[in-house]
Ligand binder design. Structure first.
Ligand code: 3PG
Length: 311
């Protein structure tokens, strides 16, 4: 009986691993497509506050329709749920808009190199704000992460302060978002997909007034005319693609966050960045100097050392 049980356990463990593997591969592929279209849109239409709002609006609409036609079961939520979700949504909104502002100013690869430093932010926030302590090797692993990011930043050919700060702010905001959302999802009946849907909706409400204040309809209308005249009517499909893929990759990432530890999640996220960095450099012909690539490689190696040290 014992052998039978362990056989069954092994099989269900293998099935779980396969499921996570499929989630990860889908998450990365969707993310690469999002990043490519997002940058194509921002090159022609440099209004990151509007494009960020549109991605949240599209995701919210997709989920409302899915609930209405019962593709997905609507979640049962109470006021308490939305209250707990609020800080997550604030962090998600800041992290999203900051990353998009960053990508409107610098190469996609540069934003993601800086964003590969997220584990360092996670350790520093946990250490200094939450009083958590880590084994010494974890702190040492921060050296290549921070050093590699710094080397990549100072040797970046198209360095821009707003682009750099946007990615840094996004790192900080997403550390809080991940801490709060893992807590918020614990023991709740709302699964990853619906949790992210509610998060999109609340973030959309938070972001819309700021997007109008910072950019506003007048700028958008003029910019839109220009983009359409440059790219042609196809431009609208680029905007649709960046919005739909933004929602899909996040939905899948939340579905996996539901199943795995934040640590495994952050390793998956770093591997995702490698695929984004490499594919965007190829597609946008981003000029890279060897020393710049070395910085990126050291930073990414550092995140792997970090994950090993944390285990
Ligand atoms: C965004 O716009 O929210 C960022 O591109 C997302 O960054 P992520 O790769 O950390 O999800």
């Amino acid at each position: 009986l014992n052998i039978e049980l362990s056989d069954q356990e092994a099989r269900s463990e293998a099935a779980q691993k396969l499921k996570i593997g499929i989630y990860f591969a889908t998450w990365w592929a969707l993310n690469v497509v999002f990043n490519i279209y997002n940058k194509k849109v921002l090159n022609a239409f440099p209004y990151p506050w509007l494009t960020s709002t549109l991605s949240l609006a599209t995701g919210s609409l997709m989920m409302l329709i899915s609930w209405a036609v019962r593709i997905a079961e609507p979640p049962k939520t109470d006021l308490d749920f939305w209250k707990t979700l609020f800080p997550v949504a604030v962090a998600h909104t800041i992290g999203h808009v900051a990353a998009t502002v960053s990508m409107s100013k610098v190469a996609v690869s540069f934003t993601h190199i800086i964003k590969s430093g997220e584990p360092a932010f996670s350790v520093l926030v946990s250490r200094f704000l939450l009083g958590e302590t880590f084994p010494v090797p974890v702190y040492f692993s921060l050296l290549p992460i921070i050093g590699g990011c710094a080397l990549a930043a100072v040797t970046e050919l198209n360095f821009n302060m707003t682009g750099f700060m946007g990615a840094m702010i996004s790192n900080l905001a997403f550390v809080f978002r991940n801490i709060f959302s893992k807590r918020g999802m614990k023991g709740k009946s709302v699964g990853g997909m619906n949790y992210y849907a509610c998060l999109s909706m609340l973030s959309l409400l938070i972001l819309t007034p700021f997007a109008i204040a910072v950019e506003g309809p007048q700028m958008w209308a003029a910019g839109w005319q220009k983009a359409i005249s440059q790219i042609g009517p196809n431009f609208i499909w680029w905007v649709a693609a960046q919005s739909v893929f933004y929602h899909l990759y996040n939905q899948v990432s939340y579905m996996s966050l539901d199943q795995i530890s934040p640590l495994t999640f952050s390793i998956g996220n770093t591997m995702k960045r490698i695929s984004v960095i490499v594919s965007s450099i190829i597609i946008f012909h981003t000029p890279v100097q060897p020393i710049n690539a070395l910085g990126a490689a050291i930073a990414i190696l550092g995140t792997f050392l970090y994950s090993q040290a944390k285990q």
